[in-house]
Design a protein around this ligand. Structure first.
Ligand SMILES: [Mg+2]
Length: 312
């Protein structure tokens, strides 16, 4: 354990347990901003990390609470930084909301959606009908998200349908979206607060980190137990809280908004704290190679013993 500086000994209390937990990992759910890049700048260790995971046969997904862009837009953004990801490797809170509805409310197809045109497009591609701002165009549910194209009439229409006691889902809990611009980006959680003031209702369900339902689509798609997933991120109250809620391995990187001092005193405590993604990649890579060496030595000993019996 000494070789790793920041292991939460409340959850991982021996080197054997650390190895057991790490060797179980089949999939890594990666936060994006603050974890693999900062704004538009990819961290220098991200591409080598992804290459190492491919070599070890560990799959990964990029997870974001931000539903404003379509999956294709995110893939273009990643490609512009040198990451060639596939559609199934990208997962946003909009996709998680679609998966949640399909699984739990398959009869609901007509939705009034407060969301960007590209998010509404994602829903329509999946067979949903986006109802218009018209009291005669009756939906079966309301989805509220980080709507950067929000207009007052649509906000009022959403409030009207919420008052009619329709199913009400929020894509993500974030109150503001981090930005380096001189503006406060009012996010889904704050839009929901305004609707709560108007209607007295909170959303029935809030998808997105830290809700473990954000992982359900990935778990179903890859047939994974939560103990086979590591969640790597830079925020305690979303990324690490989701890992804790989902009983997955929670790995905090210090390349984003959380300092070591804050992390060491946080609730929940991350299972593992690393300086950056590269350090966690090295940890896994070394463990797999050590295990490979041990297995090779065991095989050689077995072969020697077989030869000895043959000689005898
Ligand atoms: Mg982040």
């Amino acid at each position: 354990m000494n070789q790793y500086r920041y292991i939460n000994q409340m959850s991982i209390n021996s080197e054997v347990e650390l190895e057991t937990r790490l060797l179980k990992i089949k999939h890594i759910a990666l936060d994006m901003d603050g974890t693999i890049y900062n704004g538009n700048t990819l961290f220098h260790f991200t591409l080598p990390f992804l290459a190492k995971m491919k070599e070890l046969g560990i799959k990964y997904s990029f997870l974001t609470n931000n539903p404003t862009k379509s999956i294709d837009s995110y893939l273009e953004h990643l490609a512009s930084m040198g990451i060639n990801a596939t559609r199934e490797e990208m997962y946003s809170s909009a996709q998680a909301t679609i998966d949640y509805l399909n699984k739990n409310f398959p009869e609901i197809k007509r939705l009034f959606i407060l969301g960007t045109p590209s998010m509404i497009n994602e829903f329509e591609k999946d067979g949903f009908i986006s109802t218009s701002d018209d009291p005669d165009d009756v939906p079966q549910g309301v989805v509220v998200s980080f709507d950067t194209s929000l207009t007052y009439p649509r906000l009022c229409r959403a409030a009207w349908w919420i008052e009619q006691q329709l199913l009400y889902i929020a894509t993500n809990p974030d109150k503001v979206c981090p930005t380096d611009m001189s503006v406060t980006l009012v996010d889904c959680g704050s839009i929901c607060s305004s609707l709560e003031q108007a209607t007295g209702r909170k959303p029935d369900i809030v998808i997105g980190k830290p809700d473990p339902r954000m992982l359900e689509g990935i778990q179903q798609h890859y047939q994974l137990e939560s103990s086979q997933i590591a969640i790597i991120g830079d925020r305690i109250y979303t990324d690490l809280q989701m890992a804790y809620n989902a009983k997955a391995l929670g790995v905090l990187v210090l390349t984003g908004e959380t300092s070591l001092n804050v992390a060491e005193n946080s609730v929940p405590r991350p299972d593992i704290i690393v300086d950056d993604l590269g350090e966690f990649g090295e940890m896994l890579y070394k463990l797999y190679n050590d295990r490979l060496c041990i297995n090779n030595i065991k095989k050689q000993i077995q072969n020697l013993e077989c030869n000895r019996y043959e000689i005898l």
